[in-house]
Write a protein of this length. Structure first.
Lengths: 94, 385
């Protein structure tokens, strides 16, 4: 498989090629890429792709990894069923 | 960072890269105006990108209905018009307002009568009819509703960025990560701004900075009654799209809708939320909003929320925008949309251009004038969520 074809964000099915094309257009941090590609917005909330994208941003900008903004990490961090949020259990009547 | 020899002048400076600033940059650049836009972070990073991105014509004041109608005329062809680089994800799955009290039912009926008089295809619905059209909605205790099938959704980031990109292609300079620190006036005339530590001059400055407009206007002595108010949203994992319309309730301020990728958005008014610019998170939001919404669409109980976020409304006392020339000559303002501003991007840009050229505006925006607060002549927008 070519490097470009690697699916970096598996939740939203975004390839390396798509990510690099937006980095080339001047998108320089994870929050900006999220807003155009939805990377890191799926069920895993970036656990699978965040480090890989940050590495590519570090490479593109020449900055060390620890200077790359990792984007906002939002609660509830792990996916939670709506019913559990509402009632503390799976069913209103349960 | 700008180049050393860069010309730091323009015909017009726009302060704020939300949808109204970006749309104004596009409309002005299209008319040949030399414009520069300054944004503190990236385009759509403030209230625009944090909105629920609903597009509706259901308002309770004529000015908003007329402008909303124009917005909905623009959206179907806007992606192509702006170059097609950003996919706008425009859908028309409708807006359904539901009522549990006589008071809110009467308000919806009043709004629908106004809309129908302006040729907006809204209709009143009984709970039975709601049940028939959307069998997954629980109509228990519901006493009525209103629906407009032409209303819908758009991707708010893509919309804002598409306007910005189209403006750039027409020659506008769009400066991101360039916060405007203050406006500059000489006597009672605007003369420019200080952005990212540098002075820029222009005979006209447009302030489209949402709730941040208030502290910026104050730097030239203009008082705006616009305050920030934090509102929360949640988004679920995507499920098979079934075109669930935006469903809102004036009684408790809760709403939900499906978006084109299949995810659901839930939101809810909460008067206890802090009145701040910062987009923090409230843990109690999740419980309150899911309790409200799952009563109306219980089949979603097993769907997972993947994250919540928040953003600031820019609220005025009458929940109406301020679009007007300020007492400082050359300074004009478009802010204070009180939570329904994203969808008015097309109107905002057009009005900015008309005002710049001194043309008659395409709709009567008298209700949006700044002096109304001092005059005590407020016309409150009742369809406010």
């Amino acid at each position: 498989m070519e490097f470009d074809d690697v699916v970096v964000c598996r939740c939203e099915e975004v390839t390396m090629k798509e990510i690099l094309s937006w980095v080339d257009r001047g998108y320089r941090n994870l929050d900006e890429l999220k807003r155009v590609l939805r990377v890191g917005m799926g069920q895993c909330q970036g656990r699978g792709c965040r480090d890989i994208i940050m590495r590519e941003l570090a490479r593109a900008t020449g900055e060390p990894m620890d200077k790359i903004n990792p984007g906002t990490i939002r609660p509830p961090v792990k996916p939670v069923k709506l019913g559990l949020c509402a009632w503390g259990r799976e069913d209103a009547s349960g | 960072m700008s180049a050393v020899n860069e010309r730091k002048t323009a015909d017009a400076i726009i302060v704020g890269g939300g949808v109204h600033g970006a749309s104004a940059a596009y409309c002005l650049a299209k008319s040949g105006v030399d414009v520069v836009l300054f944004e503190r972070e990236y385009l759509s990073s403030g209230g625009s990108g944090r909105s629920a991105a609903g597009l509706r014509q259901h308002f309770g004041t004529e000015v908003n209905c007329r402008l909303a109608k124009y917005n909905l005329e623009c959206f179907p062809t806007l992606e192509d018009e702006l170059g097609g680089e950003h996919k706008l994800e425009f859908t028309q799955w409708g807006y359904l307002w539901i009522a549990y009290t006589d008071e809110s039912k009467a308000q919806l009926e009043k709004n629908v009568a106004l809309q129908q008089g302006l040729d907006i295809p809204s209709e009143n619905l009984t709970p039975q009819e709601i049940k028939r059209r959307w069998p997954y909605i629980d109509v228990n205790r519901m006493i009525g509703g209103a629906f407009c099938a032409r209303d819908g959704h758009i991707n708010p980031h893509a919309l804002t960025m598409a306007y910005g990109r189209a403006a750039q292609k027409l020659g506008a300079r769009v400066r991101t990560y360039a916060p405007v620190e203050r406006l500059l006036a000489s006597g009672d005339r605007i003369k420019g701004v200080v952005a990212a530590g540098e002075e820029w001059s222009a005979p006209r400055v447009l302030l489209t900075a949402g709730p941040w407009s208030t502290p910026l206007a104050a730097t030239v002595g203009v008082d705006l009654p616009v305050t920030p108010e934090r509102h929360n949203l949640l988004v679920t994992e995507p499920i098979e799209p079934f075109e669930c319309p935006m469903t809102l309730c004036l009684d408790d301020g809760a709403y939900f809708k499906q978006v084109p990728n299949g995810s659901f958005f839930f939101g809810r008014d909460d008067q206890d939320e802090p009145k701040v610019f910062e987009s923090g998170n409230s843990a109690k939001f999740l419980e309150g909003v899911t309790k409200s919404v799952l009563q109306r669409i219980p089949s979603l109980k097993g769907v997972r929320v993947v994250h919540q976020w928040s953003g600031p409304y820019d609220v005025t006392p009458d929940h109406q925008a301020i679009i007007d020339w300020a007492p400082v000559e050359g300074l004009w303002i478009n802010c204070g949309w009180s939570g329904h501003g994203l969808q008015f991007g097309p109107s905002g840009g057009r009005l900015a251009k008309e005002m710049f050229f001194g043309e008659r505006t395409f709709a009567d925006i008298r209700n949006f004038r700044l002096s109304r607060f001092a005059e005590g002549d407020l016309v409150i927008e009742p369809a406010f969520i």
